[in-house]
Design a protein around this ligand. Sequence first.
Ligand SMILES: C[S@@+](CC[C@H](N)C(=O)[O-])C[C@H]1O[C@@H](n2cnc3c(N)ncnc32)[C@H](O)[C@@H]1O
Length: 240
Amino acid sequence: MRTQYDNIGQSYERLKTGMPLARGPERATVEALTSTVPGKSVLDLACGTGWYSRLIARAGAASVLGVDISEEMVAAAERSEGDEPLGIQYKVSEAQTLGVVGRFDFVTAVWLLCYARDRLNLSAMAGTIYDNLAPGGVYAGVEMNPRFDWNGPKATKYGLTHRPDADFPGGKELAVTAHVDPPISFSAYFWEEEPIITALLGAGFRSVEFVPAELPVDRDDTFWGDFRLNPTIVGIRAVK
Ligand SMILES: C[S@@+](CC[C@H](N)C(=O)[O-])C[C@H]1O[C@@H](n2cnc3c(N)ncnc32)[C@H](O)[C@@H]1O
């Protein structure tokens, strides 16, 4: 099945290096959420080109398995693994239908739930995350902030424009553009807190928390002022 990310592939990493949102709060939030990964087994869902799979492996994870629905994204991740072997394994699969591929200490997913097109898909993703965790295991995610104020400051100056296309109960359809050269556009979904919490608790998690996004240590308070007022992203932490 051809997916929207198959047309993006390797060029996706321009977002990670070129977009302040990714270089700053996204990365800092992932690092904070995964500070205890050294020595742990990790399943990285929606791993894309393996940007965070590699960060987690370099941080000292015992093992990392990256899974993504896009063959092109996984091919790019495998090329990076070939160039710099970190012992990461990759697999092409939709998260919802992955099944159980292990009992991991951590399941990370940076931008997965935003591709659930309805509550059924959200629940299926939450089920896969839960089923692949060992008891006491942790889901660490980064997603769009469900409390983002659509009338407040936008994220465009940080490199990303979100255009709400249609509302549905519990969320919105979004057209997203990353302002890198040339721009990269994709569609995604904005989910409110309630559907996310319902899906995760419904899967069996005993706790779910939204963790405020971190700012980079060398933060420029003037530049990040709008982000502080209206953070675009949030961390999610759930314990099995
Ligand atoms: C914004 S990218 C994030 C990639 C990576 N986590 C990162 O932060 O660099 C989103 C990724 O989610 C993948 N994806 C979208 N829907 C998916 C699904 N249902 N199951 C697994 N991966 C999915 C896309 O192919 C894409 O690689």
